[in-house]
Design a protein around this ligand. Sequence first.
Ligand SMILES: Nc1ncnc2c1ncn2[C@@H]1O[C@H](COP(=O)(O)OP(=O)(O)OP(=O)(O)O)[C@@H](O)[C@H]1O
Ligand SMILES: [Mg+2]
Length: 348
Amino acid sequence: MRNPFIAGSFVRAENFFGRDALLREILDGPRNSLWVVGARRLGKTSLLKQLEYVAQESSQSPWVPLYWDIQGAADPRGLADLLIEAVEDSEPFRRATGVVADDLEGAPAHEILAILLRRAVRSGWRLLLLIDEGEELITVAGHDPAVLPRLRRVLQKGPELRAVVTSTRRLARIDEASPLATSPFLAGLIPPLYLTPLQQDEALRLLDRGGFDARDARAIAERTACHPFLLQLIASRFFESRDLAATLEQAAADEMLANFFLSDVHSMEAAERDLLLRIAAEPGCDRSALGAAAGVAPGRADEVLLALRMLGYLSERDGRWTVGNWFFERWLRRTPAAAGAAEAGGRP
Ligand SMILES: Nc1ncnc2c1ncn2[C@@H]1O[C@H](COP(=O)(O)OP(=O)(O)OP(=O)(O)O)[C@@H](O)[C@H]1O
Ligand SMILES: [Mg+2]
């Protein structure tokens, strides 16, 4: 039997597990512009690729999907080029709408979007625009702040257009970076939906693919706290090694995971890091022990805790707070200096 686990690239179709309610809300819910916040490797690209897949496969679907990865755009020209690339890459989109990528050359992104929308509607579709790596907009707006209000105007053209933006929490800062505070970009996108770790039953269904002993499967779900990437990584390695204890120990000392965790901690704001490190130092503490976190306004601490819990960095049970999963906790314990340096040094 071949290793059925995929740890690294995005997953979709029969390799995509869970997130039913989120998919339904995005495809059938009332909002025409949505922002989905997820931590690194929590499955943002997979979610968008699954939306694209579902929309393409279902004969009932009113949507013609277009997946637009804006990572590396850097400036408005780059943004437009990546949009044209997205059209070039999607034969189904071009077939459904009759759009020819060459016709879009030279136009700015908001004009291209307007053209795509017109063509989609004329062909009887609603446009489902799936924007990945949304934080790139901060960099693009740094080159030309006028991009944001122009984009925002197109993105809010609903109901013929539904836009889904995925990003980490960092996109929350986009309106601080923009001098054009009169039209906050996020206004139409909030409140965000959170991409959480999987549910226990979804995780166990995924692990079923490995034909593991039920006790081992439960142990993997528990240690990873159903974080989809960690689940797949551990399951994949266990599938090969057949030695769960060794697989867990090796992963806990793994350089790649350590680098992932370090960059996660680096990308946090001071208040987030402060609360995380306190909980790491005092696992199982209750809310009152966290009350006076340095530099965190009382009302904001609850908001930060909620966000970190939704993203899988923290977990809370019966009022007791712990680090989100065993690997992250082990790393924090093993590397207080690295986490502390992140705290002192701020974001890179
Ligand atoms: N719904 C899912 N079902 C099963 N596995 C998943 C799912 N979502 C994510 N994964 C696992 O997590 C890994 C990372 O997924 P993905 O690339 O979609 O995350 P991401 O949030 O886009 O990551 P990045 O922050 O690097 O862009 C996948 O390779 C897969 O192992
Ligand atoms: Mg991604």
